[in-house]
Design a protein around this ligand. Structure first.
Ligand code: MG
Length: 203
């Protein structure tokens, strides 16, 4: 499986990092070794002093496809989940300065905690889903999928133009504002609406 991720998909997050608003989605990958499941702890790596949490809605691909038209995109995913796109912001800032790729900053071991998935039929409207991240019981990030600059079906269509999507692939859809550094001992809990989806510790 592969993990495809979209950056800069929420206007207020773009502002907080003083990034430019993209005309097309900003796309990057995480390797399968980035995945953390079932509440497994996140081990804070030594090579970064600034690991940020980015809580994001996930889309699970359920059918192989490429060159998918936006109007048919919904046939290619079956479930929504919650994830954290852990980002070594210090490494990313260095890479950005030099115009270099984000692989190390975004793709390191454990950088993709992934929740269980909820069948998409259980949502009334996919572009109106509330989600949030709490750190030690305090809300740090709150988002709603209606705030995405590029909605899910557009993202699926766009990605499939370049990459064949395969069953089991996961798409990270971008983070709302409120990203901040995590520390060892922090307890992260993530919710979609009022369902607890993520619950793990930084070690
Ligand atoms: Mg992100």
């Amino acid at each position: 499986m592969k993990i495809l991720a979209v950056g800069r998909n929420y206007a207020k997050h773009i502002e907080e990092l003083q990034n430019e608003r993209p005309a097309e989605p900003v796309v990057f990958f995480k390797p399968d070794t980035a995945v953390l499941k079932n509440g497994a702890p996140f081990y804070h790596p030594e090579y970064s002093n600034d690991i940020h949490h980015e809580v994001e809605l996930l889309v699970r691909i359920s059918r192989e496809g490429k060159f998918i038209q936006e109007q048919f995109a919904h046939k290619y995913y079956d479930a929504i989940g919650l994830g954290v796109d852990f980002t070594a912001r210090d490494l990313q800032s260095k890479a950005k300065e030099k115009g270099l790729p984000w692989a190390l900053a975004k793709g390191f071991n454990g950088s993709a905690p992934v929740s269980k998935f909820i069948p998409k039929e259980e949502f009334e409207e996919l572009q109106n889903i509330n989600f949030r991240l709490e750190v030690n019981g305090e809300v740090r990030q709150r988002g709603n999928s209606s705030m995405m600059l590029f909605p899910i079906d557009f993202i699926i269509s766009y990605l499939s133009t370049y990459f064949t999507l395969k069953t089991g692939d996961i798409v990270f859809t971008g983070t709302p504002e409120g990203v901040a550094a995590v520390s060892r001992g922090d307890k992260l809990t993530g919710y979609i609406e009022n369902t607890k989806m993520l619950d793990f510790e930084v070690k």
